[in-house]
Write a protein that binds this ligand. Structure first.
Ligand SMILES: [Zn+2]
Length: 409
């Protein structure tokens, strides 16, 4: 049994017309008119496929296909329909429509499953309009309070709650989370590795550990001309020492380590004044918990040593950290087996970006399926993926879900 690749592609293209941008991308920011129109289209498709649709108090949408024993734990799939302001046609949308395609394909083959299935559309994954990424899945999994999510506002001061109510969503009814047997999310990779290694399927085993830190170094403002080099209190000396040392430490932690200096600021920022203050940020990531902790500790030690060596005040502090996620081994095995049975070239990989699945995996067995995207590009209007790869990912999703939901004999 295979999914209907043409139907999947034509639905992706139909969804992309909602909030279409002149540059060929999509702008369906969370709870905007376009996002609501996209969700409404999905609701119509799901209801036409025989699903019961409900929406929870934070705007997550669930389309349920009954199981032959509907009291059994549900097998879930889904992703998000909201986009960045200049987003593409596939990020998130693909996971939702691949899930719908699974349900439609089961219908086409009149195949019932013992466990019920649910297709989920998680509300506000992108966090571009209301600045909390993965909001709906965070509330659903109990990791973020509903009231705080309702109170989030956009730049115009409009709250999540008022937008939900404008869309006719009941924000007060709290529904209990159902028992979940397994949850799968199909997604474009948003990186270049599958394409580079000529693999169709990424068997995602987890999400890497990540954190962001700020380093401050205090100097003394002085004239660039009259002040001798050995009489300066110049914070850039610390930066000059640190950068090669930090890159070397990263290299020692293997090819999976990630180190990014994304922001450097000097004050007062004048060409002929030695800076009185240096601030810069580092973003550190690694899929392995021990290696991640080791790289982080080494970075802190290097900063301390550099400050001491130059006898300058300052320090390093963490301002954001997301612990890594290891996906459920049985769910990962279901994806791996599905890819190998279908004969798709696959590889195990760790996601470099956060996803709704990070939240879901805190409370339910979860895994993800990646498919290649052109040039590894996403969060970009030019985001693109090959129809055959998208179909392959949906086929893997179908088989993985079937393995968990059990065909009814
Ligand atoms: Zn996404």
């Amino acid at each position: 049994m295979r999914i209907n690749a043409d139907r999947l592609w034509s639905r992706l293209m139909e969804m992309a017309r909602i909030g279409a941008t002149p540059g060929g991308g999509c702008n369906r920011q969370a709870l905007s008119d376009a996002d609501m129109a996209g969700r409404e289209l999905l609701r119509q498709w799901a209801e036409a496929a025989g699903c019961k649709v409900r929406v929870d108090a934070i705007g997550n949408l669930f389309a349920r296909r009954a199981g032959s024993d509907d009291s059994l734990a549900v097998v879930m799939t889904g992703s998000h329909l909201d986009t960045q302001p200049t987003g593409g046609k596939f990020d998130g949308v693909y996971g939702v429509l691949a899930g719908l395609e699974v349900i439609e394909s089961l219908n086409d083959h009149a195949l019932k499953t013992r466990h019920p299935m649910e297709l989920c559309v998680w509300c506000n994954e992108e966090g571009s309009r209301f600045s909390m990424a993965m909001m709906g899945s965070a509330v659903w999994s109990g990791r973020f309070p509903l009231e705080l999510a309702h109170a989030l506002t956009d730049r115009a001061g409009i709250s999540v709650q008022s937008e939900l109510e404008r869309a006719g969503i009941a924000t007060q009814t709290s529904s209990a989370r159902p028992a979940v047997k397994a949850c799968f999310e199909a997604h474009i990779e948003q990186g270049p590795i599958l394409e580079q290694k000529a693999r169709t399927i990424g068997v995602v085993t987890g999400v890497q550990h990540m954190s962001r830190h700020e380093i401050r170094v205090e100097g003394q403002e002085a004239h660039a001309g009259p002040t001798p080099m050995d009489m300066r209190r110049d914070p850039i000396r610390v930066l000059a020492d640190l950068l090669p040392a930090l890159y070397a430490a990263t290299a020692q932690h293997g090819p999976a380590a990630r180190f990014t200096v994304g922001f450097i600021e000097t004050l007062p920022g004048s060409p002929n004044t030695i800076p009185g203050l240096l601030r810069f940020t580092v973003d550190i990531r690694h899929p392995d918990a021990e290696q991640y902790a080791s790289l982080k500790a080494q970075a802190y030690a290097l900063v301390r040593e550099a400050l001491e060596r130059h006898n300058l005040k300052g320090g390093m502090s963490c301002f954001w950290e997301a612990p890594g996620v290891t996906f459920d081994s049985a769910c990962v095995a279901a994806v791996r087996n599905a890819a190998s049975q279908l004969g798709f070239p696959a590889m195990e990989m760790v996601s470099g970006a956060g996803h709704d699945s990070c939240n879901i995996s805190a409370v339910a067995p979860t895994a993800m399926i990646f498919v290649p995207c052109a040039g590894g590009l996403s969060h970009n209007e030019a985001e693109s993926a090959a129809p055959a790869d998208l179909a392959a990912g949906a086929d893997v999703l179908l088989q993985a879900m079937l393995a968990m939901a059990l065909p009814d004999p």
